[in-house]
Design a protein around this ligand. Structure first.
Ligand code: NAP
Length: 486
């Protein structure tokens, strides 16, 4: 986390329809990870500002939920349009504060605009049910009712996408929301809020707060007006929120850590598999919850796969994400880079052979640049195989039999994503049925899309975002029973 200071150039919070500074005037520096320079300073509030945002959201909710889903959709659709119009400018901000290459940033803005548009439409399908009666004269129906005010917390790796997956369905369902982005990547979300406001967002319906995470979470947990917390981030913080939510039985959606296996079968071309694997692995420097992070390759093709993966990884262009042609930007912060160095040291101690990369790039005087790394020869207790690495490291392991690889793939507390590379339909089905993961990509390294459910099994989370389930997460089911007169 960056240090808090006081200046007048802060970007602001948005509470109850107004842009505002922290009551104390406190601000926080936002750093560009490619240059280590301060981009700007943001307003850095505290519990009092968050309480005001929650109160505003609670006041705004009755009118917002009474609007028809068609009228709510107009605001969300217009937001999507404005985001598309401004995609280049928003992407530039995202690259500067997060580090990912401009093309990836633009794809994130456009994917998030699609999320707003998709939930605008899906909000119109918050159907209840008519349930056949067993007793004469009775009629049974279910109605959908918005959960209430939502507190939404998200991390820095996809600062727009991960808030869009909360704001769009919450608003579509008739809820109101208080959003808290990661402290180091708030600026692109400020620009998304500008789109929401120009699209006709009524005061209080969506609010943007920044400040110390624990204080904000405490207000979300303790204020009875907040009926649901939607959190994306580490499994450890997710568990703390789950404990805290018990007191008031708050609804929770948790999108947590992952440790995805990528499994290569011998029936398909290993060089094509290596290209897909490298593409999935090094996107956003491996700082992706669904990034493949353990590569199990059948022993008949392991050599060819590994050689090709090393060549592809070596060919990736590392640099400042704002420069044309750059495919890999800096890591997000120094702490992430130091963590990666630690993972490599541990792997070496466990007998790993570094096939390419393995160190901070020496081509850049500033910035957190780490060379895309491929390794082999790791023992099962190597840290990067047991803990979520969140780093540009690609450990290659081999296997012989399908049951053996399913066991190895499932041998983790995580269950977010898994990837399979094969052309054999029977193998693909057996893997889809056998793997303990909420998202499975068969020959598809980038499976997320607004209309399909996204979320994890085991310690990777609770509930689903996106898809119809992503809307249901913001709705309660009310059952109404009628007894008609005889
Ligand atoms: P993190 O430390 O849990 O932080 C994520 C968010 O939670 C940030 O906004 C952070 O605020 C806030 N936070 C920190 N401590 C908190 C606390 N005690 N109570 C409430 N909120 C708190 O996660 P991270 O390490 O930055 O992010 C990477 C993790 O997110 C990885 O584990 C990754 O797999 C996971 N992730 C999951 C998904 C998914 O969809 N399943 C998607 C992306 C990332 P500050 O920034 O102010 O500290």
């Amino acid at each position: 986390m960056a240090t808090a200071t006081a200046t007048s150039t802060a970007r602001r919070m948005y509470i109850d329809g107004k842009w505002c500074d922290a009551d104390s005037g406190r601000t926080l520096k936002v750093i560009n990870p490619a240059t280590e320079e301060v981009i700007t300073e943001i307003a850095y509030g505290g519990r009092a500002e968050v309480r005001r945002a929650v109160e505003a959201a609670a006041r705004a909710m009755p009118a917002w939920m009474k609007l028809s889903s068609w009228d709510r959709a107009k605001v969300l659709k217009k937001t999507a349009e404005l985001m598309r119009e401004r995609a280049d400018a928003i992407a530039r901000t995202l690259t500067m504060e997060q580090g990912k290459p401009l093309a990836e940033s633009k794809a994130e803005v456009l994917h998030s605009a699609d999320t707003f548009e998709w939930f605008a439409e899906e909000g119109k399908r918050a159907y209840g049910q008519m349930i056949p009666n067993s007793a004469p004269g009775k009629r049974h129906v279910t109605l959908k009712h918005p959960v209430g005010v939502v507190g939404a917390i998200s991390p820095w790796n996809f600062p727009i996408t991960l808030q869009a997956r909360k704001i769009a369905p919450a608003l579509a369902a008739g809820c109101t929301i208080v959003s808290k982005p990661a402290s180091q990547t708030p600026l692109c979300l400020v620009q998304v809020f500008e789109c929401l406001i120009e699209a006709g967002l009524p005061a209080g319906v969506a609010n943007l707060v920044m400040g110390p995470a624990q204080e904000i979470a405490d207000e979300f947990l303790e204020n009875p007006a907040v009926r649901k917390i939607s959190f994306t981030g580490s499994t450890e913080v997710g568990k703390q929120l789950m404990k805290g939510a018990a007191d008031q039985v708050k609804r929770l959606s948790l999108e947590l850590g992952g440790h995805a296996p990528f499994i290569v079968f011998p029936d398909a071309d290993p060089e094509v598999g290596a290209k897909i694997a490298v593409m999935g692995k090094f996107r956003n420097n491996g700082q992706v919850c669904i990034a493949p992070s353990r590569f199990y390759v059948h022993k008949d093709v392991e050599k060819k796969f590994t050689e090709a993966a090393v060549e592809f990884a070596k060919g990736l262009k590392l640099g400042n994400g704002l420069e044309p042609g750059v495919e890999i930007g800096p890591m997000f912060e120094k702490r992430a880079m130091d963590h990666t160095v630690g993972l490599i040291d541990d792997a070496k101690k466990h007998g790993a052979k570094i096939l390419t990369g393995g160190k901070r790039s020496d081509r850049f005087p500033k910035g957190y640049f780490f060379e895309p790394t491929v390794l082999s020869g790791l023992t099962p207790d190597t840290k990067m195989l047991t803990e979520e690495p969140f780093a540009p490291v690609m450990p290659v392991l081999d296997f012989g039999k399908i049951d053996e690889v399913i066991r190895a793939a499932n041998n983790t507390r995580y269950g977010l994503a898994a990837y399979v590379f094969t052309n054999d339909l029977t193998v693909a089905w057996r893997m889809a049925e056998g793997l303990e993961a909420g998202i499975i990509g068969i020959n598809d390294p980038v499976p997320a899309t607004p209309q399909c459910p996204f979320g994890g099994m085991k310690e990777s989370g609770l509930g689903r975002e996106l898809g119809h389930e992503g809307l249901e997460a913001y709705l309660e089911t009310k059952y109404v029973s009628f007894k008609l007169r005889d």
